[in-house]
Design a protein around this ligand. Structure first.
Ligand SMILES: Cc1cc2nc3c(=O)[nH]c(=O)nc-3n(C[C@H](O)[C@H](O)[C@H](O)COP(=O)(O)OP(=O)(O)OC[C@H]3O[C@@H](n4cnc5c(N)ncnc54)[C@H](O)[C@@H]3O)c2cc1C
Length: 457
């Protein structure tokens, strides 16, 4: 006899943010839902390790306050986001300079005003006094962002991007991001000094092989919002989703070994019948359970956490290295961004290494951090080194941003590999999958009509 707890109309495989948010949409519509999770706790890749009062994310998490699904997903109303200081801090040639920190437009009209004001800036000696803009200092052309004129142009481009309709960005020709940047007439110093390190951090892709459309969306999210992290660690987001589901919806320690349109088989409880199955695992497991699905390449990511009792003086800034003078792509004093991540009197510095890490990662990262923060790191203590070889699915062109989520009536798939490889993409794919399930469940009698899987891979 099947335990009553496992009786459900829809079984969701995987309790990452995609599976949990789909569960919210289904249970709110009155659909009996069970989420089966192989790991001992929900969260998937958005996990946080707790050591001695520190909260250490596995992921080099950069969310944007402008991610629409953070607002639209039921269950996330109480999510607290801790923003970084506006823009980013660029390190180059031993100096640090803030960039991309223009006032975010509150309306399309405000943004147009900002664009017009900035567009006229090249004739001015500096952009001081332009309404609504952060005052930018006069800088030498050798600084990461070039002259004040270059900075004004960049500000104008970002303000335009912030209000550009998504459809317009998706209609642009699709190229590898690095090639697209070079072909758009952007000054080389703006690309190398700002766009390249920023996009590498946002896309977890140091070589910028990602589709230019995905890169445009990432820059748009940066321009229209603030970079931020969930208060209390990345796991706060899935934890909140799990906690606000009806009690007994999520079952941890249950590994699904096969799926069909009317049941799943688990290692622990045998076959569980249902009316529909939503596969919400990572891309590789999804393809193992449904061999028609494609397995993308992945970007490896390593996150290194250090502590010190003398916090560097960069405040809550996210720092990028425009010179690429070491393995660290971005770093921040996370305890300044989110004080709940470190015990009193200790600073937590979290740094992200993209691609294959060097074999002597701790030494290489320490040396690099010493240059970036301008202080000795010899006495910093290493708290954790988290390496995830298959962290982020690669989004090389041509990249289908809206990969089908309905494979067959009764069989659905979601997760970051069906959308953009971000938290926003995972949540949005779940949104689409839940809508498809609800539509099918609502259309009586049509649930189990077979359709070819091939078309959905
Ligand atoms: C190092 C790193 C850095 C990142 N940086 C960023 C960033 O800066 N910004 C950003 O937006 N995103 C970032 N991401 C990506 C983001 O974390 C993911 O897009 C998102 O967490 C994916 O959620 P998901 O629910 O699709 O998949 P997952 O979180 O992978 O969830 C899938 C779940 O399925 C479970 N599962 C697998 N197999 C089975 C099975 N057989 N039976 C039952 N359960 C199973 C897994 O245990 C897991 O809990 C990063 C990820 C990593 C790893």
């Amino acid at each position: 006899m099947l335990e009553p707890a496992y009786q459900a109309d829809v079984v969701i495989v995987g309790a990452g943010v995609a599976g949990l948010s789909a569960a919210h949409r289904l249970t709110s519509a009155g659909v009996r839902t069970a989420v089966l999770e192989a790991a001992p706790c929900p969260g998937g890749r958005m996990s946080t390790e707790k050591i001695d009062g520190f909260r250490l994310d596995r992921i080099g998490q950069l969310l944007s306050t402008s991610y629409p699904e953070l607002r639209l997903t039921p269950g996330l109303d109480a999510l607290a986001l801790r923003p970084f200081a506006p823009g980013v801090l660029l390190h180059s040639d031993g100096r640090r300079q803030r960039a991309g920190a223009f006032a975010k437009p509150r309306s399309a009209r405000g943004a147009l005003h900002a664009v017009r004001a900035l567009a006229s800036a090249p004739r001015a000696a500096s952009v001081r006094g332009i309404p609504g803009q952060t005052t930018l200092p006069r800088v030498r052309a050798s600084a990461p962002l070039g002259t004040a004129v270059d900075q004004a142009r960049l500000g104008a481009a970002l303000a335009r991007l912030a209000i550009a309709p998504v459809e317009r960005l998706l209609a642009r020709p699709e190229l590898p991001a690095a090639q697209a940047l070079a072909e758009r007439g952007v000054p080389a110093r703006t690309i190398d000094g700002f766009l390249r390190p920023l996009l590498a951090a946002l896309l977890c892709d140091p070589e910028l092989t990602t589709s230019s459309r995905c890169a445009d969306l990432a820059l748009r999210a940066f321009a229209s919002g603030r970079l931020c992290v969930p208060e209390g660690g990345a796991e706060a987001l899935p934890e909140l989703l799990a906690r606000t589901l009806p009690p007994g919806t999520v079952h941890t320690g249950v590994r699904v070994t096969s799926v069909a349109t009317t049941s799943v088989t688990t290692a622990e409880h045998g076959e569980i019948p249902c009316r529909a199955v939503l596969l919400a695992t990572d891309a590789r497991t999804a393809a193992e359970l449904l061999p028609g699905l494609r397995v993308p390449d992945f970007h490896p990511v390593t996150v290194v956490h250090h502590t010190t009792d003398e916090p560097p003086t960069t405040g809550a800034s996210l720092m990028l290295d425009a010179d690429r003078g070491g393995p660290v792509a971005h770093t921040a004093v996370m305890s300044q961004v989110d004080p709940s991540r470190a015990p009193a009197g200790r600073a937590l510095v979290s740094s992200t290494v993209l691609g294959t890490p060097p074999s002597d990662i701790d030494t290489a990262v320490r040396m690099h951090l010493s240059r970036l923060y301008g202080t000795s790191t010899a006495r910093w203590e290493t708290l954790a080194v988290h390496h995830t070889p298959e962290a982020v699915p690669a989004m090389r062109p041509p990249h289908d941003l809206r990969r089908p989520v309905r494979l067959l009536a009764g069989l659905y798939v979601c997760g970051d590999h069906r959308d953009t490889s971000t938290t926003q993409g995972a949540l949005h794919s779940a949104h689409r999958a839940a809508a498809a399930i609800l539509a099918d469940l609502g259309a009586a009698g049509s649930l189990h009509r077979a359709e070819p899987l091939r078309a959905a891979a």
